[in-house]
Write a protein that binds this ligand. Structure first.
Ligand code: ACO
Length: 437
């Protein structure tokens, strides 16, 4: 294992008279790790619920500094990229390790936006079969998996060229999937991708232009969506990316891995929180109750209610992305939906929670999902489309993680262990039905 700061004396673990040396692994940024991979040889394991302190991989893609509230893609602060870089340049950075030269950017954009990279008619038919009531996250997961039927580029997980091509195909398809999902939810005809537009513009026109019209999205909204895509592009080893890597470790294909990651992202404690935040803000508005009522509910351990869009496993001061998103919300909601009361409720709720001892002592702050839904709503997206928009950005990171994982020489099938708490061996009772009656 690489050890950027050179050799360090190993840590020692002593248990019941046995001493084990644990090599120290130093990252370029973040927590030092103890390599416990030999612990199983001594008949021991490690209990770490939610893998909160377990480093399962080495990765050079993204770093979250939870104490400082900073996020870096390949070393670049995300807030600098968010306001100055196109989403596809950031995707290139994540996948290839460096920002593209002008020529490389043209070439990469040309591949992703290639008009010949259209969806197979079989995928279109799939959307015909989806009922209007189906959640668009399910549509995206199924459509992504179905790509494997029409392109074999993602089938060989350890062929970097094939996976690069599959990544380009998926990035190319994602605005179309998003637009098709929205058309299905709304029961409207599907739009057509306009490859002369940039990524965010095309996604918007696929969602909102009336098919056949020349209506183009306005620049301010397209720029805001570009920033949101950049901010969502990667976030190191979160639940969905860990799922993607777990699938990759078994040797399954790329589209299967991304489909699994989409399903993991859907959960309300993860990417699905952006939809839940709006549900919560609406509930607050309609109830007419004071904010303190909801703060008390969130603090009550006997009540399952949580302040959605608050808290994070890694960020313990502020979420680097939430700061940028909050500013976009302030600008865009004012411009597009000044009459929407939900932004004001969110701002008030944030203020009350940040002054409350419960949230202060647990270091709970607004995360990426707290303000993003308010923006998507102002643009005109229905609530169930918020998490699919997260997918559109995160696809870039998933391609990068898949490539890094499958090209690593240290890859090993993911297989956590357990602390078994069930019965010890016992015989199956003879005449068990008689015994039960
Ligand atoms: N509201 C109320 N209490 C909370 C919240 C919240 N949103 N988040 C955490 N807490 C409390 C927990 O009850 C716990 O309290 P305790 O120490 O008294 O038992 C303490 O803070 C620590 O919380 P954990 O659940 O142990 O933290 P964990 O790291 O496991 O979970 C998570 C992180 C899932 C994000 C959590 O904060 C949460 O549920 N937030 C709301 C959902 C959400 O916004 N998810 C999106 C996260 S960003 C993303 O995934 C894209």
């Amino acid at each position: 294992m690489p050890n950027p700061e050179g050799a360090t004396a190993p840590a020692t673990l002593t248990y019941e008279g046995t001493t084990l040396e644990l090599p120290v692994v130093r990252p370029t940024l973040g927590r030092t790790a103890l390599d416990i991979s030999a612990i199983g040889l001594k008949g021991l394991s490690v209990l770490d619920p939610g893998y909160a302190d377990t480093a399962a991989y080495q990765s050079a893609i993204t770093f979250v500094d939870g104490e400082e509230g900073r996020l870096y893609y390949r070393g670049y602060p995300v807030e600098q990229l968010a306001t100055s870089t196109s989403f596809l340049d950031v995707a290139y950075l994540l996948i290839n390790g460096e920002l593209p030269t002008a020529q490389a950017a043209d070439e990469f954009t040309g591949r992703v936006r290639d008009p010949k990279m259209v969806l197979h008619v079989g995928i279109e038919r799939l959307f015909d079969a989806f009922p209007q009531s189906m959640h668009p996250m399910a549509m995206l997961a199924i459509a992504t998996e179905a790509l494997s039927a029409y392109a074999d580029d993602g089938a060989k997980p350890d062929s970097p060229a094939g996976v690069q091509q599959a990544g380009v195909r998926l990035l190319s398809a994602m605005p179309i999937f998003t637009g098709y999902a929205l058309s299905t939810v709304r029961g409207l005809p599907r739009g057509k991708s306009n490859r002369s537009l940039d990524y965010a513009e095309d996604l918007l026109q696929l969602c909102f232009a009336i098919p056949g019209s020349d209506h183009l999205p306005d620049n301010v909204t397209a720029r805001a969506l570009n920033t949101l895509l950049v901010l969502h592009a990667d976030h190191e080893l979160n639940c969905s990316t860990a799922t993607l890597r777990m699938v990759a470790s078994s040797g399954a294909g790329f589209y299967a891995g991304v489909s699994a990651a989409i399903n993991a992202l859907w959960g309300p404690l993860h990417g699905g929180a952006n939809q839940e935040v709006i549900k919560m803000l609406q509930e607050i508005k309609e109830s007419g109750r004071p904010l303190s009522y909801f703060i008390d509910k969130a603090k009550d351990k006997n009540d399952p209610f949580r302040l959605m869009g608050f808290g994070h496993r890694v960020y313990k001061t502020t979420d680097a992305r939430a700061k940028v998103i909050r500013n976009i919300a302030l600008d865009l909601v004012e411009k597009l939906a000044p009459q929407d009361p939900l932004l004001d409720i969110a701002l008030d709720l944030e203020e009350v929670a940040l002054a409350d001892e419960y949230f202060i002592s647990r270091r709970l702050y607004p995360n990426v999902d707290f303000y993003s839904g308010v923006i998507y709503r102002a643009i005109g997206f229905p609530d169930e489309m918020f998490t699919p928009l997260f997918v559109a950005g995160r696809t870039a990171g998933w391609v990068a993680h898949w490539l890094e994982m499958t090209s690593s020489s240290a890859k090993r099938i993911g297989r956590p262990t357990q602390i078994y708490t069930g019965p010890t061996e016992r015989p199956v009772p003879k005449n068990r039905h008689e015994a039960a009656s």
